[in-house]
Design a protein around this ligand. Structure first.
Ligand SMILES: Nc1ncnc2c1ncn2[C@@H]1O[C@H](COP(=O)(O)OP(=O)(O)OP(=O)(O)O)[C@@H](O)[C@H]1O
Length: 298
């Protein structure tokens, strides 16, 4: 499968602060990636590096096989939708649409029109007079209708209500099925987008700590709850990423590959077994006190 992005030992420092450090990963063609991480983890910096808005201070980065900096051939294939997008003061929605039409070779004006109706976006309104949600919707419309081979959404939901976010996810999936492309979605609403993601990249303190197929990741953990000594027994030799005692009970989240058999073992021991959502799993894996790895229980 073709690699759209290849990063090797990528680094971006701002003075003393290492926003991105020693990052190596690749992004394959026609997949939906989740770029996840806590506040300040380095997500936006990484997206800015990929879209050539900032220069790396170290390492190597190739996008569509080439260095992206001042490379119009590469940049014409990328649409980067970010919350902080600035538009000229006098711009109306229709002006932004016109610029997008000129900018993106695969722009679909009919699709853009249909999306604007979905989000109730008034074509003639000045952009600076739009509500916060409408401004987010404008970015989403441009990102979707651009059909750019690499489309990156940096927290596109800010300001969007639950109904509009649902419309965004639905339109993305429908259009992606018909026009496959590479999509990177950066968001904190992990469970909301979990079903859309095919691959997950998690960044913590500027480093990639998880680079995994989403399906594998979703089945990687479960939580057991039961009488403390029984739970403790079950945990022996297993990789535990979270523990929570309450009263005489102990609840623990276990990570391992042979999911089904371990789960049956827990049920046979009389423990209550529940699924762990992608969001819970990532929270546990990136929580500072556990570092990245689980701890093998003795
Ligand atoms: N222009 C800059 N100058 C100095 N430091 C910066 C700059 N941009 C980012 N940083 C720092 O780099 C680190 C990573 O920031 P970044 O914006 O990439 O994180 P993020 O994962 O996108 O966070 P959030 O989820 O809060 O948007 C932070 O410590 C931030 O303070």
């Amino acid at each position: 499968m073709k690699r759209i992005i290849e990063a090797s030992g990528l680094e971006k420092t701002y003075g003393e602060s290492k926003a991105v450090q020693n990052v190596s990963f690749s992004v394959q063609e026609n997949k939906i990636y989740g770029l996840l991480g806590r506040n300040g983890a380095g997500k936006t910096t990484l997206m800015k590096l990929i879209t050539a808005q900032v220069l790396p201070t170290g390492g190597e980065l190739k996008v569509f096989g080439e260095a992206p900096y001042e490379n119009s051939e590469v940049l014409s294939q990328i649409c980067f939708v970010k919350e902080s997008q600035k538009y000229p003061d006098n711009y109306r929605v229709k002006d932004a649409m016109e610029v997008a039409r000129q900018l993106f070779p695969n722009w679909d004006a009919d699709f853009a029109q249909a999306l604007m109706e979905d989000f109730n976006l008034p074509l003639k309104r000045k952009i600076k007079k739009l509500s916060r949600g409408m401004l987010s919707a404008l970015g989403v419309v441009i990102g979707l209708a651009s059909r750019a081979p690499l489309t990156i959404f940096d927290e596109p939901y800010l300001g969007l209500d639950a109904v509009s976010r649902g419309i965004f996810y639905d339109r993305l999936m429908e259009d992606y099925a018909e026009y496959p492309r590479t999509v990177i979605l950066s968001t904190h609403l992990i469970d909301e987008v979990s079903h859309l993601l095919e691959h997950v990249l998690v960044i913590a303190n500027g480093e990639i700590v998880i680079d995994q197929n989403a399906e594998n990741l979703r089945g990687r953990a479960f939580t057991v709850t039961g009488e403390a000594s029984v739970t403790q027994n079950f945990l022996t030799g297993k990789e535990v990423i979270h523990r929570e005692p309450f009263g005489g009970l102990l609840s623990a989240t276990v990570i391992q590959d042979e999911y089904q058999s371990e789960r049956k073992q827990a049920e046979a021991a009389g423990l209550n077994v529940t699924d762990v959502s992608l969001q819970q799993l990532i929270v546990h894996l990136t929580a500072a006190k556990h570092e990245q790895k689980g701890v093998i229980a003795k």
